[in-house]
Design a binder for this molecule. Sequence first.
Ligand code: NCD
Length: 310
Amino acid sequence: MKHLLSIADLTREEIVSILDTAVSMHEVQDRDVKKLPTLRGRTIINFFFEDSTRTRASFEIAGKWMSADTINLTGKGTSISKGESLRDTVLTIDAMGVDMMIVRHPASGAPAQIADWVDCSIVNAGDGTHEHPSQALLDAYTLRRALGDLDGRHVAIVGDLTHSRVLRSNLLSLRALGAAVTLVAPPTLMPAGVASWAGVDGFETSYDLDEVLPRVDAVMMLRVQRERMSGGYFPTAREYAVTYGLTPRRLALLPDHAVITHPGPMNRGLEISAEAADAARSLVLDQVSAGVAVRMSILYHLLAGEGSTQ
Ligand code: NCD
């Protein structure tokens, strides 16, 4: 495995291997000295052309805890703002001899394009509305910790599905792990042609959140991505919250054992109420904690090579 561009490139065995290795990586978080020698002498560039809190910080922490040298670059403050092309910029960085670029970009497909141009490993840290594979892997890790084996479990993915790269990656990984998936969104935010998405089958769609909630083991709430919306996808924020938000009334519809996830950043009061975000069954901060461990495991799988020790 050289790059991580899409969950579609991973076999079920590779997904499980990344999740299993993350379990031992997670123990590092509880140590006083958070340092493994695994990636000593390796150089990783975090190249973020779009805003990020969790993904960027956790990839950087993951690299540092594994002793790699990590550097952060953004679109602003680099020669991109002087008009340098993306190709020239990434070839410049690659020529310095880096081992990996972790790329977030507003254009779907940008990390795959960069992987064609450069020699180093590329990790897709979110490209447009396409994929966010490390998020799906940390979501699967968090759900496995809470629910056990995901085979036969039922997960509802709810919200602004049209604009969500988290949706596409999660749909692929959850189906690969054997979970049943129901996508819930208003008709305006259900991706066109979703039923025939290549490479995924065996999932349902619904416009009725109240009907779906009593049947789930987990509900994954996704953010309303106002920065990607050009028109009116719903009449008012209030109406969206009432019809598709995880309100206190809807919390009571969930089975007792069911858990709640959200990749963050949350719009409290819109797709998720404060009561749901802060509920005992909310795994939002567990997801953040798992994010570091899963990203350590991703770096290990891509950079550590055969025969390395953890
Ligand atoms: C997501 C993203 O940026 O794709 N957030 C994240 O990485 N944790 C989802 C979002 O922005 O809603």
